[in-house]
Design a protein around this ligand. Structure first.
Ligand SMILES: C[S@@+](CC[C@H](N)C(=O)[O-])C[C@H]1O[C@@H](n2cnc3c(N)ncnc32)[C@H](O)[C@@H]1O
Length: 247
């Protein structure tokens, strides 16, 4: 089931204010790869900012964004020069495969169960053209990002109608070796508020990512530990992987 955070129209509008393009160094990492690929699928595309940016910068090929959350996709659909599809990879197929599949904003971590992860990786492999690539990131569990997801680190964001929104995060089930569950609470002076959203994110380590990809016929080609292209080391914040479809 999709998190309220992404299905709700108000929260989807808040997402772009909370994560503005100017602070998305991950997009700066993925964009050159997108610009040099003829056909690109963005899985978990959210509000569609990444592919919209690629089109704006002159990408002339096939750009397709896929997301299971109505709130997020509604926003993406405001732009009509990209193909937007409501759904997930388990249930959606295209007649033509893609040269590049990307998954950004840690959307990969929303796939929690082992069986779902395996089915997802197999679907990625199936939707890649020969030699096509899958580029994505997942937070490195060794960096323990969830330790900062605490009420005292609440953030304030300007909402879609100019209102101040406070976003508070509280862990409800700590890291158990696999996943972390937490609650976001959104408060502020707006009729849509307060809102609460519960999420669970999976934290695979580097070996777990490699095993998953290998099992699906995807060979790791590049690995980075941050979006500046730094090497992956034990306590890197990110596990950023570019994998190639094996013949
Ligand atoms: C944190 S947002 C990231 C959105 C966008 N990729 C970005 O970089 O800002 C996570 C997105 O993953 C989507 N998502 C959740 N479960 C998914 C799944 N099983 N397959 C694909 N996308 C999923 C959510 O609906 C949401 O839009």
């Amino acid at each position: 089931m999709v998190d309220h955070l992404f299905a709700d129209t108000y929260l989807a509008a808040l997402y772009d204010a909370w994560h503005p393009r100017s602070e998305r160094d991950d997009y700066d990492f993925y964009l050159p790869r997108i610009m040099s690929a003829e056909s690109v699928l963005d899985v978990g595309c959210g509000t569609g900012v990444l592919l919209a940016d690629a089109r704006r910068r002159g990408h002339r090929g096939r750009l397709c964004g896929l997301d299971p959350a109505t709130g997020m996709l509604e926003r993406a659909r405001r732009r009509q020069d990209v193909e937007w599809v409501l759904g997930d990879l388990a249930t959606t197929r295209w007649a033509r495969p893609f040269d590049l599949i990307v998954m950004t904003g840690h959307a990969f971590q929303a796939i929690v169960a082992d069986e779902e992860l395996k089915a997802f990786a197999a679907a990625v492999r199936q939707m890649l053209a020969p030699g096509g690539r899958f580029a994505f990131e997942t937070r490195n569990p060794a960096a323990r990002a969830w330790e900062r997801w605490r009420p005292e680190n609440a953030v304030s964001v300007r909402g879609p109608e100019g209102e101040d929104v406070t976003i508070t995060t509280r862990i409800v089930a700590g890291f158990d070796g696999d996943a972390v569950s937490f609650i976001h609470t959104f408060t502020g002076d707006h009729p849509a508020l307060p809102l609460v959203s519960r999420s669970t994110l999976r934290f695979l380590d580097g070996d777990g990512v490699d095993r998953l990809l290998r099992g699906a016929g995807l060979a790791v080609e590049e690995r980075f530990g941050d979006f500046q292209g730094g090497p992956f080391v034990a306590d890197s914040p990110e596990i950023i992987t570019v994998a190639r479809a094996e013949p």
